[in-house]
Write a protein that binds this ligand. Structure first.
Ligand SMILES: Cc1cc2nc3c(=O)[nH]c(=O)nc-3n(C[C@H](O)[C@H](O)[C@H](O)COP(=O)(O)OP(=O)(O)OC[C@H]3O[C@@H](n4cnc5c(N)ncnc54)[C@H](O)[C@@H]3O)c2cc1C
Length: 477
C-alpha cells in the first residue's frame, strides 16, 4: 500500500491529464501530500486541445510555468467562420497586444508540450507522488477518508478528485447523471506535420460548408490540424485510413507536403455532470463537463476547475474552513462552464449546418446583420465563496502596477490578496499578516479582496469588513 509517512495522502487525484496535473501543481505549491494515479505509462498521444485563452495562461503564470511555456506556444492568428462562398460570418481577431489578463487573449499550442511542462513543474514538489500505470478500479469512502483500489493495491486519502476524463469512474462513484445541452456529433480529427512550406491560412478557419463542415488550425511550428465532420453514411474505421484522410485533405495539401501524424474519430458532446461532489469525492475537467471544441474551451474549463478547487481543498485540509466550502466549487463553476458550452453549441449550430436551404438562410442572415465579432467570454461565477454585487464573483484583470510590476507578481503566488492604496497599509497589515494574505499597493477607492484564483471575493471599506469578507470567502463565517 502507498502511504505518506504520517498515514494517508491529503488528496488523491485520479488521472494525470491537464486538469489533474494543474491541480497536483497547485496543491503541491500549498504543501499538501498528494498522490496522482494515472492508468497510462506516458502522455496520451491522441490529437486534442490546440487552444487556450489568456485567463488560462494567467493560471499557468500563478502555477509558475508561464516562463517555460511561453516559448512553446504562440499567439493565435484569430478565427473565422466562413460560408461556402468564402464570406466571413463570425470573426475572432488575431491575438495582438496583451489583454485584460496581462497575456494575449488566445494561444495555440501542442497539448503534449503543455502536459510535459506541467509534469516537470509537479516534479518540484516532493510531497506530490505520481504513480503511472496505476489504474483505479474501484472507489469507496467513509467518514475518515477515501480508498482507491488499484491494480497495485489500495491508496488511501482524505479526499479524492476524479480528473479521469469523459468516462470518469469517480463520477460514477459520486452517482452523478448528466445535463445534456443537446450536441453530439462525430468528427474526424487529423494532425499533420509539414515537410515543406505550403500556403495555408494563418487564422483558424471554420469552413461552414453544408457539404462537409471542416475546421482548420495552424497549430505551432510545422503542425497543422484538420477536424472534419462525419456525414451520414461515413464509417469511422474507414475515415481514419490514410488514403481516406488524404482524399479529404486534398483541397489543402497531399502526402508530398506533410506527414500524417494521427487521425482519430471523436464524438463531440455537450454535457455537464449533475453532481460534482459527494462528501470526500469530487470531479473536475472532462469528468465534470464536456464541450464541443468550437471555442477551444474544454481543457480551459478543467484548468479553471483546478484553480477554483485547489485553494478550497487546502483550506479544508488544514482545518481553516468547514467542508461546506467544497460545495461552492460546483455552485461557482457549473454555471461558468455552462456558459461556454452553450456558446460552443450555438457555434456548432452554425458550423454543422448540412441542409443547403438552412445554410442559405443562415448566410442571408449574416449578410443582413453583418459580421459577428467573437470576444472571449468572462462570465461571473455562480453563488459561492464571494459576497456582494459585482465585481464580487468576477475575475480581476491583471494590470501593470505603478511600480511597473505585474499584479500577479506583486501578489506572489497562489494566495489571497488585498488591494489597497499605500496610505491604508499600516491599518491592514496585521490582518493580512495573520491570514497570510498579500497586501498590494493599488490605486483603488474601496478595498478589494482577491482569492487565490484571482476572482474577486468582495469589496470592503474597513479592516473589520474586510475580515468578515475573508471569513465568508474562506467558508468559516
Ligand atoms: C478534437 C479535440 C479538440 C479539442 N480542442 C480543444 C482546444 O482547442 N482547447 C481546449 O481547451 N480543449 C480542447 N479539447 C478538450 C480537451 O482536450 C479536454 O477537455 C482535456 O484534455 C481534458 O483534460 P482532463 O485532464 O480533464 O481529462 P483527460 O485529458 O481525458 O485526462 C484524463 C486522464 O485520466 C486517466 N484515467 C482515466 N480513468 C482512469 C482510472 N480509472 N485510473 C487512472 N487513470 C485514469 C486517463 O488515462 C487520462 O490520462 C479538445 C478535445 C478534442 C477531442
Amino acid at each position: 500500500m502507498v502511504r505518506t509517512p504520517d498515514g494517508i495522502f491529503d488528496v488523491a487525484i485520479v488521472g494525470y491529464g491537464p486538469t489533474g496535473a494543474t491541480l497536483a501543481k497547485l496543491l503541491g505549491m500549498q504543501g499538501l501530500a498528494v498522490a496522482v494515479l494515472e492508468r497510462e505509462p506516458g502522455l496520451l498521444r491522441l490529437p486534442r486541445a490546440v487552444h487556450f485563452d489568456g485567463e488560462v495562461m494567467r493560471i499557468f503564470e500563478t502555477a509558475g510555468i508561464a516562463g517555460a511555456l511561453a516559448p512553446r506556444v504562440r499567439p493565435s492568428g484569430g478565427m473565422r467562420y466562413v460560408n461556402a462562398a468564402g464570406e466571413v460570418m463570425i470573426e475572432r481577431k488575431p491575438a495582438g497586444e496583451p489583454g485584460p489578463h496581462g497575456w494575449v487573449n488566445n494561444y495555440l499550442f501542442h497539448q503534449p508540450d503543455l502536459e510535459l511542462t506541467l509534469r516537470d513543474a509537479v516534479a518540484q514538489h516532493p510531497r506530490v507522488q505520481v504513480f503511472t500505470q496505476r489504474e483505479v478500479t474501484a472507489v469507496s469512502q467513509d467518514a475518515q477518508g477515501v480508498v482507491l483500489a488499484t491494480d497495485a493495491g489500495p491508496v488511501t486519502a482524505r479526499w479524492a478528485v476524479g480528473c479521469d476524463g469523459a468516462r470518469s469512474l469517480v463520477r460514477q462513484a459520486i452517482g452523478a447523471d448528466h445535463h445534456d445541452l443537446g450536441l453530439h456529433q462525430p468528427w474526424l480529427v487529423v494532425d499533420v506535420v509539414l515537410k515543406r512550406p505550403v500556403e495555408l491560412p494563418h487564422p483558424t478557419v471554420q469552413y461552414c460548408h453544408p457539404g462537409r463542415p471542416v475546421t482548420y488550425v495552424n497549430v505551432t511550428g510545422a503542425r497543422r490540424r484538420w477536424e472534419i465532420m462525419l456525414m451520414p453514411g461515413d464509417v469511422a474505421e474507414e475515415m481514419t485510413r490514410p488514403e481516406a484522410v488524404w482524399r479529404l485533405l486534398a483541397p489543402w495539401l497531399g502526402p508530398d507536403d506533410a506527414t500524417l501524424e494521427r487521425g482519430a474519430v471523436y464524438t463531440f458532446h455537450s454535457l455537464l455532470a449533475t453532481r460534482w461532489r459527494d462528501r470526500r469525492l469530487l470531479i473536475g475537467g472532462d469528468a465534470a463537463h464536456q464541450t464541443p471544441p468550437f471555442l477551444g474551451q474544454g481543457m480551459c474549463a478543467g484548468i479553471r476547475d483546478a484553480a477554483n478547487l485547489a485553494w478550497k481543498l487546502a483550506r479544508v485540509a488544514a482545518g481553516r474552513s468547514g467542508e461546506a466550502l467544497l460545495d461552492t466549487y460546483q455552485s461557482e463553476r457549473e454555471p461558468h462552464a455552462r456558459a461556454f458550452i452553450a456558446e460552443a453549441v450555438r457555434l456548432g449550430g452554425i458550423l454543422q449546418t448540412t441542409d443547403p436551404a438552412v445554410a442559405a438562410a443562415r448566410d442571408r442572415r449574416f449578410r443582413e446583420t453583418g459580421r459577428e465579432e467573437m470576444v472571449n467570454l468572462s462570465p461571473r461565477l455562480g453563488s459561492g465563496a464571494h459576497a456582494g454585487p459585482p465585481p464580487a464573483g468576477e475575475i480581476f484583470p491583471q494590470p501593470l502596477l505603478a511600480d511597473g510590476r505585474r499584479l500577479d507578481a506583486a501578489i506572489g503566488g497562489y494566495r489571497f490578496a488585498v488591494l489597497a492604496p499605500r496610505a491604508r497599509h499600516a491599518e491592514l497589515a496585521p490582518l493580512c499578516a495573520a491570514n497570510a494574505v498579500a497586501l498590494v499597493d493599488f490605486a483603488t477607492e474601496r478595498l478589494v479582496l482577491l482569492r487565490p484564483d484571482r476572482y474577486v471575493a468582495g469589496v470592503a471599506d474597513s479592516a473589520a469588513a474586510l475580515e468578515r469578507l475573508l471569513q465568508a470567502a474562506g467558508g468559516d463565517s
